[in-house]
Design a protein around this ligand. Structure first.
Ligand SMILES: *[C@@H]1O[C@H](CO)[C@@H](O)[C@H](O)[C@H]1NC(C)=O
Length: 143
């Protein structure tokens, strides 16, 4: 087909890219986490979970001990921990299940795709926790 010019092909590729971009969500992985305290005095095994507003709670089944760095490969059954469908930030937090009162909050913050410098983002809160997240698709392009 002689009629397909390179520029037409380019336009086609751009449209294809836009369409696939509309449906793909950028995955966020929890790479490591260390908690510095637990909030429940009565329970020896804390239940720690990550939650973004309007989404499901993601329980971190392995995170039980404080002052221990848990590292993850990104392919654990509960990963990815979050996703960004667009450029908007999400209100997320780290919590501990409380059987008697409302759940304890380690921290709540805006998780933003543009804060993943070189695909990584660290969220540290003194005396609470230190978590590193990865999102390779969030990488800010240097143009
Ligand atoms: C947080 O964790 C990361 C990865 O383990 C580590 O490189 C960094 O030094 C830690 N930051 C603090 C303040 O503990």
């Amino acid at each position: 087909m002689r009629n397909i010019t390179p520029s037409l092909l380019l336009v086609f590729c751009i449209i294809l890219g836009l369409v696939s971009g509309m449906f793909s969500s950028k995955s966020v992985i929890l790479s490591s986490i260390e908690i510095f305290k637990t909030h429940e005095w009565l329970s020896p095994q804390p239940v720690i979970y990550f939650h973004c507003q309007g989404e499901n709670k993601i329980i971190l089944p392995d995170v039980k001990e404080k002052n221990f760095v848990y590292k993850f490969k990104g392919i654990e059954s509960w990963q990815p921990i979050a996703g960004f469908p667009d450029k908007k930030c999400k209100r997320c937090g780290l919590y501990e299940l409380d059987r008697l009162k409302s759940d304890d909050v380690f921290d709540e913050w805006e998780l933003c795709p543009d804060e993943f410098l070189e695909g990584n983002y660290v969220h540290y809160k003194q005396k609470e926790f230190n978590a590193t997240f990865a999102c390779t698709e969030c990488m800010t392009r240097v143009e």
